[in-house]
Write a protein that binds this ligand. Structure first.
Ligand code: NAI
Length: 319
């Protein structure tokens, strides 16, 4: 297969001074992309920083290897300045990789407002500000690719990370919505839950895991998703240690009750097994409209349902 290239593409990578972002930036620059290396050079918990040397070191690596890159030292919360760096230096923006991130691990019992706010600010507000600033350029040129960095903590929850998990799950809804808003303009947006050795994971992972989980092994998926040949959008992917997978929502076939006075908690209790049963008739919703189609599906398969047919919001359903 031909080697993927990114010639004439302008790629913004936030938090590109370390870890995953640094690998993305080097990859794109090595394959013809013009890269904005954003990093404010802060500590892993966002309690201190800034250090322009962090982004500068990546720029040096890229330019020494013959690549094209420019540094930006703004916090992602000032996303418009990051996009301006791309436009001022390269005249356009094609790809936005929202990767910058910090951790403030603490249980809910000990959560301070600041621990919550700073995590929301960097991950969620930061991603929104960069995407909002890039959007008019994407729309005008009818082309754009966005990756938002989620996390398995957000998808599944993780002890001591309610702030981080909430922010990372927020990015999933953000991604799914941008994919819908961008569809008509050929703007594709996907979420990534990576796993890689970095300063964010070094305090929690043992040395052998750090050795096995090189950030380089996440790069091929990101490179594929933001390539012009890729049409994938609105999806959630996992990548780490050479494993790649896609995550989707699964809805049980469930149980549809008559929405009248007879609908009491008893009805729900009696049908609990049906509500939580994924073994047959499960569906994979990708839009709000799919909640209506669920009723159609239920009606199409009367064998597994019992009861009389009723009309519900203009649709035929079973009770
Ligand atoms: P890292 O700490 O090595 O790199 C993150 C970079 O973001 C740092 O250079 C930091 O200075 C920069 N940064 C932090 N706040 C910033 C801000 N407000 N503005 C601009 N730059 C800022 O971390 P790593 O592991 O490479 O993480 C990258 C992304 O992947 C993060 O969003 C993280 O939450 C996410 N992630 C990483 C996982 C892993 O296994 N390493 C697992 C799941 C998610």
């Amino acid at each position: 297969m031909e080697k993927l290239r990114y010639d004439n593409q302008v790629i913004v990578v936030t938090g590109a001074g370390n870890g995953l972002g640094r690998q993305y930036a080097k990859f794109f620059a090595a394959r013809g992309g013009k890269v904005v290396v954003n990093d404010l050079g802060g500590t892993f918990n966002g309690k201190a920083g800034s250090d322009g040397a962090v982004a500068d070191a990546v720029i040096k690596e890229i330019t020494d290897a013959g690549g094209i890159a420019v540094a930006n030292y703004n916090a992602v919360q000032e996303g418009e300045k990051i996009i301006k760096t791309a436009v001022d230096n390269f005249g356009r923006v094609d790809v936005l990789i929202n990767n910058a991130g910090i951790l403030r691990d603490v249980t809910i019992r000990n959560m301070k407002d600041e621990d919550w706010d700073v995590i929301m600010d960097v991950h969620v507000t930061g991603a929104m500000r960069t995407a909002r600033a890039a959007w008019p350029y994407f729309r005008k040129q009818r082309y754009g690719k966005v990756i938002n960095t989620s996390s398995s903590s957000g998808l599944f929850g993780n002890f001591g990370q309610s702030n981080y998990a909430a922010a990372k799950m927020a990015l999933v809804g953000f991604t799914e919505t941008l994919a819908k808003e961008g569809a008509k303009y050929n703007i594709h947006c996907n979420a990534l839950a990576p796993a890689a050795a970095s300063r964010l994971t070094q305090t929690v992972w043992p040395p052998e895991m750090m050795e096995a989980m090189k950030p380089d092994s996440v790069v091929p998926l990101v490179g594929t998703l933001v390539h012009s040949s890729c049409k994938e959008t609105g999806s959630i992917f996992e990548a780490g240690a050479g494993h790649f997978s896609k995550i989707r929502w699964e809805r049980s076939r469930g149980f549809i009750a008559k929405p009248d006075d007879s609908l009491t908690p008893d009805v729900v209790i009696r049908n609990h097994d049906k509500i939580v049963d994924f073994s047959s008739g499960a569906s994979y919703p990708t839009s709000v409209a799919d909640s209506v189609s669920l009723l159609e599906q239920a009606n199409a398969q009367p064998a597994a349902m019992t009861g009389e047919q009723v009309s519900f919001k203009g649709r035929v359903a079973l009770v």
